[in-house]
Design a protein around this ligand. Structure first.
Ligand code: PMP
Length: 353
């Protein structure tokens, strides 16, 4: 605690990102990065951008990038916004659409950044209890609230929610903004993009960090009704005009255009995931149904924290959350087949006595 801190700083509980260790080389299955690099075309586009007008500020409204994204999703540029990672857009959205006086709703087991933003911006929240299979009980969103947010598929469980269920939530909550965080949607869940035309209260947040292999570039985007996009723009232009640099913009544009590449790496990850799920079940693990690039697992006998520590000693990093309801689970990012075979081998050594 410092005498120089504002009351805001004194009272917040910052998000703790997954480890990015430097002490040794790990098989890194802890932060849901893509194990495959971005395509050659993406790398070349970034090199070209670095060699051109880098002394000039980038376009603050990211028109070219937004146009490429809009055309990919069959939307207008007015329905698209871009940000420095989806985390930035999530933060802007909390400020733009949620008020301090009415509690917003999100699942009790979900992305742990949501309560951090809510606290930072002084927004009240209530959590909706997922059922025992970690599914979202839709009817628990049928009550007075100041807005709703959840990922589809959810994190850290990987479980998806159907479009029909999301429609019910949108229908019941027409007067507030419902944010669907589609960070992992390319790995098998159904996107709600088609609903934007009919639901002015729907905001979708996406990222280039996962299926597009660009976590290091920091780009995310939002899709929604024009009024919502304008709301985001008003917040962004009250904080930082230039959130996305020229190199990142060039890389992201090419990543969208080279969709065959990202579709093929996403397909590889899905295939590896399905293979790993079978193997983990054979080893006795309980594996939550996953539509993401990670699996959420627990062992009937050996505590998750012990498996976590033993894997780390053996050079494999996974994610452990010491939180209610999920403190006996591990979240394991899907890596290459080779990485996952090493992971399985070590898991077998740890759990088969
Ligand atoms: N939403 C969810 C559900 C996530 O797990 C993550 C990754 N930590 C993000 C958003 C943020 O992704 P990024 O800021 O890299 O776009």
């Amino acid at each position: 605690m410092s005498i120089y801190w504002s009351n805001v700083v004194k009272n917040i509980n910052p998000y703790i990102p997954g480890e990015q260790p430097k002490d040794r080389k790990y098989i890194k299955l802890n932060t849901n990065e893509n194990p495959y690099p971005p395509s050659e075309r993406v790398i070349q586009a970034m090199k070209d951008a670095a060699n051109s007008d880098i002394r000039l500020y980038p376009d603050p409204e990211c028109y070219e990038l937004r146009e490429v994204i809009a055309s990919y999703f069959n939307l207008n540029i007015e329905n698209v916004y871009a940000g420095n990672g989806s985390d930035e857009l999530l933060a802007f959205s909390f400020l733009a659409f949620f008020n301090p006086d009415r509690p917003i709703l999100f699942p009790d087991v979900t992305y742990t950044f949501y309560p951090v933003y809510a606290d930072l911006f002084n927004i009240k929240y209530e959590t909706v209890r997922l059922d025992e299979e970690f599914s979202i009980p839709v009817e628990l969103f049928f009550r007075e609230n100041g807005g709703i947010i959840f990922p589809n598929p959810n994190a850290p469980t990987g479980k998806d929610i159907s479009i029909e269920s999301i429609k019910k939530i949108l229908d019941y909550n027409k007067n507030v903004v419902v944010i669907i965080d589609e960070a992992y949607v390319d790995f098998g869940a159904e996107s709600t993009v088609e609903l934007i035309k009919n639901y002015p209260n729907l905001l979708i947040i996406r990222t280039f960090s996962k299926s597009h292999s660009l976590a290091g570039l920091r780009i995310g985007f939002a899709l929604g009704n024009e009024e919502l996009i304008q709301g985001l723009s008003r917040i962004k232009n009250s904080i930082n005009s230039y959130t996305i640099d020229r190199i990142a913009m060039a890389g992201a544009m090419e990543a969208i255009k080279d969709y065959e590449y990202f579709k093929s790496t996403s397909r590889k990850i899905i295939n590896t995931r399905e293979r790993i799920i079978v193997k983990l079940k054979e080893l006795g693990f309980n594996v939550v149904d996953s539509k993401a690039n990670f699996v959420f697992i627990s062992h009937p006998v050996i505590p998750a924290v012990d498996i976590f520590n033993k894997l780390k000693e053996r050079g494999i990093l996974v994610r452990y959350f010491n939180k209610p309801r999920i403190d006996n689970y591990l979240r394991v990012t899907i890596g290459t087949d080779e990485q996952m075979d090493c992971f399985l081998e070590e898991v077998k050594n740890i759990t088969v006595i």
